[in-house]
Design a protein around this ligand. Structure first.
Ligand SMILES: [Zn+2]
Length: 400
């Protein structure tokens, strides 16, 4: 349940049914609105009390973004548990980030306590980043969400409407919402199955919903032809205030700033393959979503000449596989150069672009709906591109 009032905090209740694939004595939820950047912007998430199997359980907060539920006994692999907790979210004003209330428009990304389980591995407890970037990893799940929003608001969400105030999404790793007075335009992409693409722009935003929808349609069709089918029935894009040139990706749902449409639409649509379908631990392996999305953007939008104008210091190249903790306290442009630009340049440096496309298609097929590692990417590339081992090593890609 998500209640979005016209003024004041967003409130609701999260109910999760979780079935681990390894035994565990605890449950770990992440409260990303309490990350350092979001807290500074004015966001705050409070969750609890937590009930599991109908009993109130003890929780710990080892840091502001981590909520640990202590279970009275070990949960066995394959044994489901039901957990519920109410939450209250304070929203910042018009900030260029994933949580904001600006005029009558609200955007909600990474807004509720998310379960941080990595199948086959365990709990992801990566620290948050102070940069405008993500450190989340979540398993795919089916969502049923009731949303109460001010009368007259139009809602765009992950998944889609299933009835009045009811929304569902299948096999996605997060759920995001935009609510406001939007003008919308819908078209159908063939990716290759039919996908309803709906773009929404705030009245007076100076952007065209039709332009955004057609750009996303073209990107969906081109990317699916190269890297594999887009598996969901819809894609939503909300052009929202105060995001400027920024785009932020969620499963089947994208937030775009008005000045970023031409520059970022393809990149954000590419994240539907590299983050949304093939997940990654964004804290540990940011190159797997940002580097690959930038490569796809460079190939489709032909922005290689732009990327070639950016600095390419040799000393930075072997940092492309570094986790977000490495970039904390370093200049933001070094992170962007090493992870975004060098992530893309690394794939170009492999040569054999057709073989790289083929290898990425295999990587998507092998890791769809899961959480991939740098070793999974290396395996796919080394199977099809002769120079892959040497080039990936030069860029510091981890084979562990
Ligand atoms: Zn990105």
């Amino acid at each position: 349940m998500v209640r979005i009032p016209a003024i004041g905090d967003v409130t609701g209740t999260v109910r999760v049914r979780f079935t681990p694939d390894r035994p565990t004595r605890r449950l770990v939820f992440r409260e990303w609105p309490n990350g350092p950047l979001q807290a500074r912007e004015g966001a705050h998430l409070d969750a609890g009390p937590v009930r599991a199997r109908g009993l109130t359980v003890t929780v710990a907060h080892p840091d502001p973004t981590t909520l640990v539920v202590r279970l009275p006994r070990t949960l066995a692999a394959g044994e489901p548990i039901d957990v519920r907790m109410p939450y209250r979210l304070r929203l910042p004003g018009a900030v260029p980030d994933r949580l904001a209330r600006s005029g009558g428009t609200v955007r909600l990304g990474s807004f509720y306590p998310v379960l941080a389980w990595e199948p086959g591995v365990g709990w992801d407890t990566d620290p948050p980043t102070p940069l405008l970037a993500e450190t989340s990893s979540t398993p795919t799940a089916d969502f049923e969400v009731r949303i109460a929003a001010p009368a007259g608001d139009r809602l765009l969400t992950t998944g889609g409407a299933a009835g009045p105030g009811r929304y569902t999404a299948t096999a996605v790793r997060d759920f995001a919402i935009a609510a406001g007075r939007f003008q919308t335009f819908t078209t159908v992409a063939h990716a290759p199955g039919p996908v309803r693409v709906t773009a929404a722009v705030e009245r007076g935003a100076g952007a065209s919903a039709q332009d955004v929808a057609y750009r996303a349609q073209a990107a969906l069709q081109a990317i699916s032809a190269r890297y594999g089918p887009y598996p969901w029935p819809a894609l939503h894009l909300a052009v929202v205030p105060a995001l400027g040139r920024v785009g932020i990706e969620y499963p089947t749902m994208i937030f775009l700033g008005g000045e970023g449409i031409a520059r970022t639409t393809t990149h954000e649509v590419a994240h539907q393959w590299f983050y949304s379908l093939v997940g990654n631990d964004q804290g540990r392996d940011p190159v797997l979503d940002e580097g690959l999305a930038t490569y796809v953007q460079a190939e489709l939008d032909e922005i290689w000449p732009y990327l070639d104008t950016l600095p390419d210091p040799r000393s930075l190249r072997h940092r492309t596989g570094q986790p977000m903790t490495f970039w904390r306290g370093r200049a933001r442009n070094l992170y962007a150069l090493a992870v975004y630009a060098d992530g893309a340049r690394m794939l170009r440096a492999l040569g054999h672009p057709a073989a790289v496309t083929c290898a990425l298609r295999r990587y998507v097929a092998a890791n769809a709906y899961g959480i991939a590692t740098q070793a999974d990417l290396a395996r796919a590339l080394e199977a099809g591109v002769p120079e892959a081992r040497r080039v990936l090593a030069a860029y510091g890609i981890q084979h562990r």
